[in-house]
Design a protein around this ligand. Structure first.
Ligand SMILES: NC(=O)c1ccc[n+]([C@@H]2O[C@H](COP(=O)([O-])OP(=O)(O)OC[C@H]3O[C@@H](n4cnc5c(N)ncnc54)[C@H](O)[C@@H]3O)[C@@H](O)[C@H]2O)c1
Length: 253
C-alpha cells in the first residue's frame, strides 16, 4: 500500500482518468475526496469502493468557480481532517481552429483546465503546506507540449497548466511541497467518446486518432492512474516540477 495514510482530493474523479486515479489511490490505501461537477456518478464510484474500511467521499465542485472551490475544499478538509495530496484532473475540451473556436469555448477551456487548477491549488495550499508533505499532480496533455491540429484552445490551456506546474514547484520547493504534471496522449475515456461523436464520421475519426499513435492503440485510464500513484508516493521523492509524458510515444517523433 504505497499511499497508506495519505489524504487526497481528486478533482474530476467522477469519470475517465480521474475515476481510474480514485480507484488506484483507494487500492493503495489513501483516503480520497472526489471533487466533481457531477456528484451522482462520483457517489456511485465512492459507494463501490467503500468496503473494507475504505474512506472515499464526494463533494460537488465546479473547479472554474472560486466560490464553489472554496466551499468544496472546506468540506473536503472536514472529511479528511488534513490534506496532503491534490490531483487536478478535471478538464474539458472541444475541437476547433482559430476561426471556429468561439469566445465561449475559449473561456470555458481556459477556465476549467487552467484556472481550475489554479483555484483548487490556491485554496488547498494551506493544508498541503501544513501537512509538511504536500503534493500536487496536474493533468497536462500532449497538446500542451506539441501542436495538435484542430485543438487550439485546448492546446493553450494545457500548455498553461504545464507552466503552472513548474511555477508552483519552484515557489514551494523549500516548504516540502512537490508539484508535477502528467501529460497523457489520447486515452480511452467518456470524453474521447463525446469528442469523436462531434465529427460527421465518428468511426473514421476514432481510426485517425489510433493511426497517429506510434503504438497503434489509445492509452487506458489505468495507465495514467499508475503514474499518479507513483508521483503521489515517496518513490518519486526526488521529482518535482516535471512533466511526465505517458503518450505511447506520440511526442517522440
Ligand atoms: N482522454 C484523453 O485522451 C486525455 C488526454 C490528455 C489529457 N487528458 C486530460 O485528462 C483529464 C481527464 O480527462 P478524461 O478524458 O478522463 O475526461 P472525462 O470527461 O471522461 O472526465 C472528466 C471528469 O471531470 C469532471 N469535470 C468536468 N468539468 C468539471 C468542472 N468544471 N469541475 C469539476 N469537475 C469537472 C466531469 O464531471 C468528469 O467526471 C482532463 O484534464 C483532460 O484534459 C485527457
Amino acid at each position: 500500500m504505497r499511499l497508506k495514510g495519505r489524504n487526497a482530493i481528486i478533482t474530476g474523479g467522477g469519470a475517465g482518468i480521474g475515476e481510474a486515479i480514485v480507484r488506484a489511490f483507494a487500492r493503495e490505501g489513501a483516503n480520497v475526496v472526489i471533487a466533481d461537477l457531477n456528484p451522482t456518478t462520483a457517489q456511485a464510484i465512492a459507494d463501490d469502493l467503500n468496503v473494507d474500511g475504505k474512506t472515499i467521499s464526494v463533494v460537488e465542485c465546479d473547479v472554474s468557480d472560486s466560490g464553489s472551490v472554496e466551499k468544496a475544499v472546506g468540506e473536503a478538509a472536514e472529511h479528511l481532517t488534513s490534506i496532503d495530496t491534490l490531483v487536478n484532473d478535471a478538464g474539458w475540451g472541444r475541437a476547433g481552429k482559430l476561426l471556429d473556436t468561439t469566445e465561449e469555448d475559449w473561456d470555458r477551456m481556459i477556465d476549467i483546465n487552467m484556472k481550475g487548477a489554479f483555484l483548487v491549488s490556491k485554496h488547498t495550499l494551506p493544508y498541503l503546506l501544513e501537512s509538511g508533505r504536500g503534493n500536487i499532480i496536474n493533468m497536462g496533455s500532449v497538446a500542451g507540449v506539441v501542436g495538435v491540429r484542430d485543438r487550439l484552445a485546448y492546446c493553450a490551456s494545457k500548455g498553461g497548466i504545464i507552466s503552472l506546474t513548474r511555477a508552483i514547484a519552484l515557489d514551494y520547493v523549500d516548504q516540502g511541497l512537490r508539484c508535477n504534471s502528467i501529460s497523457p496522449g489520447t486515452v480511452n475515456t467518456p470524453w474521447v467518446d463525446r469528442m469523436v461523436a462531434q465529427f460527421p464520421d465518428p468511426e473514421e475519426t476514432r481510426k485517425s486518432m489510433v493511426a497517429r499513435q506510434p503504438m497503434g492503440r489509445l492509452g487506458e485510464p489505468w495507465e495514467i492512474a499508475e503514474a499518479a500513484v507513483y508521483l503521489a508516493s515517496t518513490d518519486s521523492g526526488f521529482i518535482t516540477g516535471s512533466n511526465l509524458m505517458i503518450d505511447g510515444g506520440m511526442t517522440m517523433q
